[in-house]
Design a protein around this ligand. Structure first.
Ligand code: FAD
Length: 406
């Protein structure tokens, strides 16, 4: 059976159009460098380019045009995302996980105000969920939202909030999509709201955290931040349900096409260049290739299911689990073959020749076990959804199943 995805004649014609536009709008020197935060000047270029792409409807091609998306088909979307990935075009790093929640739960007015800005690339947001004592057990969070007249007053502390505006720069997203307890007396999962907290407001402080995987995470402090009712997405007790729409996507429920793996590509090139003829090296290289190929196929299947509006259950978490465990296995394979060179950063003598990407991968594969639910949490979700757990759980609505995207 051939698992390769091949373009139809219509897709090939559209690809030519996309390539031409990229030729005209992406200078040859604008490429992702390394894997950590973008240098400040490249971030500025990426920010403007992202908006240009948004204005054309190609930033989120398959979202409806009435909210700032491109209204394009899944087939056209694949062509655009592939072309951008193939060229390693730097884009504004940021979170897209609030998009499905806004599409499913936002009022018409909220969609015009927030979803449109996000789909056109004008607005940037970070995910503001995890707290120092609430990670896997997210529902135990303590951040409080109190109603005061027409406003909500939010106080609390969050950690591991991802996002950066270029190396050494202050973090200035437009808003933080935030979970906060609205009614401490209400039952668990019915006691919180999903708020868009603007960072320009007094009382919001973002402090960079230096993690093993780089400097792109932040500690966030919110001190009596006053926001209007129109920044509450869903009802005051529905935040947990709204957050599930975000998390469903974060767990891989939208699939991932085309999941090109630069690390494995560079690694295989390196093995070929070294002319490694010994069997051990070849086995490790092939193991790493198979691991990433399986991830590609799971991602492709999920993408097809999402676009075909199939009901998803364990599929997203299966993708996430394979990615998290697979990356750790692949990092081990790479270290076995390339040895200590893979632990040397860019610029150090004898570095493996990957511009520091292999060294970064050794660190990020470990850190990557946590975002969006740990390895153990993905297993718990899969067990619940295939019915071998004490409790059962259904997938949350996504734009696809709710028939909101084209
Ligand atoms: C690089 C990075 C980026 C992140 N980005 C964001 C972001 O943008 N926004 C955001 O809100 N959060 C973000 N996070 C936070 C992430 O979601 C949490 O780290 C994750 O949910 C785990 O929470 P925790 O770190 O508190 O670990 P804990 O929940 O304390 O877990 C510790 C260990 O116990 C295990 N464990 C916990 N509960 C169970 C259980 N029931 N069964 C079995 N084992 C269990 C876990 O698997 C883990 O190994 C990020 C984290 C990282 C590392």
């Amino acid at each position: 059976m051939d698992f390769e995805y091949t373009y139809s004649p219509e897709q090939l014609a559209f690809k030519a159009e996309v390539e031409q536009w990229l030729d005209e709008n992406v200078p040859a020197d604008k490429r992702k460098v390394g894997a950590e935060e973008l240098p400040a000047d490249l971030f500025d270029w990426a920010r403007e380019f992202t908006k240009k792409l948004g204005a054309k409807g190609w930033l989120h091609p398959d979202y409806p045009t009435e909210y700032g998306g491109g209204g394009l088909s899944p087939e056209e979307t694949i062509v655009i995302t592939s072309a951008l990935e193939e060229r390693d075009v730097p884009m504004t790093p940021g979170n897209t996980l609030d998009l499905p929640a806004l599409a499913v739960w936002g009022t018409e007015e909220q969609k015009q105000k927030y979803l449109r800005g996000r789909l056109t690339g004008e607005l940037i947001s970070y995910q503001n969920f995890t707290e120092p004592n609430s990670g896997s057990d997210l529902a135990s969070l303590r951040t409080r939202a109190k109603k005061d007249g027409d406003e909500w007053v939010i106080t609390g502390e969050k950690v591991f909030v991802s996002g950066s505006h270029g190396q050494g720069r202050p973090r200035t997203p437009d808003y933080l999509f935030t979970l906060a307890i609205t009614d401490p007396d209400a039952p668990r999962h019915r006691n919180m709201g999903y708020f868009l907290v603007p960072t320009a407001d007094d009382g919001v402080t973002l402090q960079p955290q230096g993690l093993l995987g780089g400097n792109g995470q932040n500690q966030v402090y919110m001190d009596d931040v006053r926001i209007g009712e129109d920044r509450l997405i869903g009802g005051a007790g529905q935040g947990w349900q709204v957050a599930q729409t975000t998390l469903e996507h974060e767990h891989g429920g939208r699939g991932d096409l085309p999941p090109k793996n630069r690390i494995i590509g560079n690694f295989l090139d390196w093995v070929k260049a070294e002319d490694a003829a010994d069997e051990h090296t070849q086995h490790a290289a092939v193991d790493a290739f198979i691991d990433t190929e399986i991830l590609r196929l799971i991602g492709t299947r999920n993408h097809w299911m999402y676009e075909a509006k199939q009901e998803m259950s364990y599929h997203g978490s299966q993708n996430s689990l394979w990615r998290k465990e697979g990356n750790i296995r692949v990092a081990d394979d790479i270290r076995e073959v390339a040895g200590l060179k893979t632990l040397l950063a860019e610029g150090e003598p004898e570095e493996a020749g990957s511009k520091g990407e292999l060294e970064y991968f050794q660190r990020s594969s470990l850190v990557g076990a946590h975002p969006g639910g740990t390895i153990e949490v993905q297993k718990v979700i899969i067990a619940r959804r295939i019915g071998v757990s004490r409790t059962k759980e259904r997938a949350a609505p996504t734009p696809s199943t709710a028939k909101i995207t084209s």
